[in-house]
Design a protein around this ligand. Structure first.
Ligand code: SF4
Ligand code: SF4
Length: 149
């Protein structure tokens, strides 16, 4: 027996979503700093190894249904980790002082682009991790990315 009160409750809650999900007032710089702080807190040794081990072979694209159905390079799984990779290159990699010279810092526009890649283009299915010949656990990075954005 379906309890219609549950559905009515959901319906009421949906009407109140705009009030419940008000964006926090933040400057662009604060937003970037906050996102970078979250990413930094997730960047452990294992993730750093994954970021460094990628050889850009593109096999993971073959596994990702977003890339397969659109053929748009922005949906390549490894590309979805680009911001994490940039943060690692600039701040935590062995050659960070050198890499910082040619690796661009993260901007608020990057975060906006990443938001779409994060929330609308990954089901966290894990297929990209299973196919990677380098053993890169891209899906794990995807999960971290979701928490950071
Ligand atoms: S399959 Fe692995 S090594 Fe190849 S691009 Fe994807 S993450 Fe990088
Ligand atoms: S985990 Fe995300 S990026 Fe990887 S194959 Fe699945 S949908 Fe694509």
């Amino acid at each position: 027996m379906i309890n219609m009160d549950v559905f009515r409750g959901f319906l009421q809650a949906i009407h109140h979503l705009p009030e419940m999900a008000q964006p926090i007032e933040m400057s662009d710089a604060e937003r970037v700093n906050k996102a970078k702080a979250v990413m930094r807190s997730k960047l452990d040794r294992s993730l750093a190894l994954d970021l460094e081990a990628c050889v850009s072979c593109g096999y993971c694209s073959e596994a990702c249904h977003y890339y397969q159905s659109t053929q748009d390079p922005k949906y390549t799984p490894s590309r979805k980790l680009d911001l994490l990779r940039r943060l690692h290159a600039r701040e935590t990699s062995a050659f960070a002082p050198i890499k910082r010279l040619y690796t661009p810092d993260i901007t608020v526009d990057d975060l906006k682009e990443w938001q779409e890649l994060c929330y609308d283009s990954c089901t966290e299915c894990g297929r990209c991790s299973m196919i990677c010949p380098m053993g890169v656990n891209t899906a794990r990075g995807e999960f971290i990315k979701l928490r950071a954005a």
